[in-house]
Design a protein around this ligand. Structure first.
Ligand SMILES: C[S@@+](CC[C@H](N)C(=O)[O-])C[C@H]1O[C@@H](n2cnc3c(N)ncnc32)[C@H](O)[C@@H]1O
Length: 327
């Protein structure tokens, strides 16, 4: 329930108001997130789900909704607008307009209309995509990585982008139509339950998306399921190398800007191995410095100073792994 409370706070902040205590009153009364159920008995709901488990599901659903709202807003902006304004990849900083993204513009297949400045690496550069491959891009946004991958798979291959934000899908599909690409498809879906058949892809890529997803273990399970035996992935993402302070964690604005939903590097790599992948390799590991003016929005002076001396690091990494040929 603590997370739900924090999200209510953040939602209030996000829409420009001051933080109110209403969410706490709400929780204690109908219809707050903790009540309005008539079938709570002996600690179990009618379906037999423990209340804690259900609360977790509620929190995950709320986080996803928040992410979807954020990316709906971003889909209507261009890269410059996005990076220079609140809610973009610059994370509202007046000091630095681009804290995560890498420069795509020189990559073959680059499509400016698809580049909203939302990535945190260049996974396609490391993905060893070959002509004729089928590639899946998780959280494809406006199609930035899909169009670069499309250049590599050529006319005989196929690229499938998956995203759950309608406005992003629309923008990506418009881009594909404008370019006349018939082998780039954008499917609506949650990457925790990919709308893709088993053993479909030669390569899976993703750029700065898994950090936004509540159940990263499920996503790696889905990658394993949809890769062909012997296939591989190359994923760029944000991880941390120690616990992030609570105020940062609870700031959904930072979450949707790729930091607060990040998990520890070792845990992230552990999930990959746990799901059966082999040859897990770090292809790139880049330290990210979050500008002070962003941090000051969430931390007081003392907390900021403690954070800066804590050695807590935020990293953009690109990680590769293979599904065994005999899986
Ligand atoms: C940081 S943007 C990255 C977009 C794209 N990869 C790029 O680099 O331009 C994150 C994207 O992931 C999508 N997304 C986040 N969580 C998702 C989920 N659980 N399932 C599907 N898409 C998701 C968002 O809608 C958004 O388009």
């Amino acid at each position: 329930m603590e997370n739900a409370t924090k999200l209510e706070e953040v939602r209030t902040m996000e829409y420009g108001g001051t933080v109110s205590a209403e969410h706490e009153e709400n929780e204690g009364s109908c219809c707050g997130p903790s009540c309005c159920s008539t079938d709570v008995e002996n600690g179990l709901r009618a379906g037999g789900t423990a209340p804690e488990a259900e609360a977790e599901t509620d929190d995950a659903a709320r986080l996803k909704e928040l992410v979807r709202e954020k990316y709906t807003e971003i889909a209507s902006q261009d890269k410059v607008e996005n990076q220079a304004s609140c809610c973009g990849s610059g994370g509202c900083s007046v000091e630095v307009y681009n804290i995560m993204t890498e420069d795509y513009t020189s990559l073959e297949g680059y499509v400016a209309d698809a580049d909203l400045g939302l990535g945190c690496g260049l996974p396609t550069q490391f993905a060893q995509i070959k002509a004729g491959d089928t590639v899946i891009d998780l959280g494809s946004g406006a199609g930035n990585d899909c169009f670069v991958a499309r250049r590599e798979v050529g006319e005989t291959g196929k690229v499938i982008g998956v995203d759950f934000t309608d406005a992003m899908l629309e923008r990506a599909r418009t881009n594909a139509v404008k370019l006349g690409y018939v082998n780039v498809e954008f499917r609506k879906g949650d990457i925790e339950q990919l709308p893709v058949a088993d053993d479909t892809a030669d390569v899976v890529v993703s750029n700065c998306v898994l950090n936004l997803v509540p159940d990263k273990n499920k996503v790696f399970g889905e990658i394993f399921r949809t890769l062909k035996p012997g296939g591989h992935f190359s994923i760029s993402d944000i991880v941390i190398d120690s616990e992030l302070p609570d105020p940062i964690k609870s700031a959904a604005e930072m979450y949707a800007g790729c930091v607060s939903g990040a998990i520890q590097k070792e845990e992230y790599l552990g999930l990959i191995e746990k799901n059966g992948f082999k040859n897990v390799t770090l292809q790139k590991d880049r330290a990210i410095t979050v500008p002070d003016d962003i941090l000051q929005r969430y931390l007081d002076e003392e907390a900021l100073s403690a954070f800066k001396t804590s050695g807590v690091g935020i990293h953009s990494l690109t990680v590769y792994a293979e599904k065994p040929a005999t899986a």
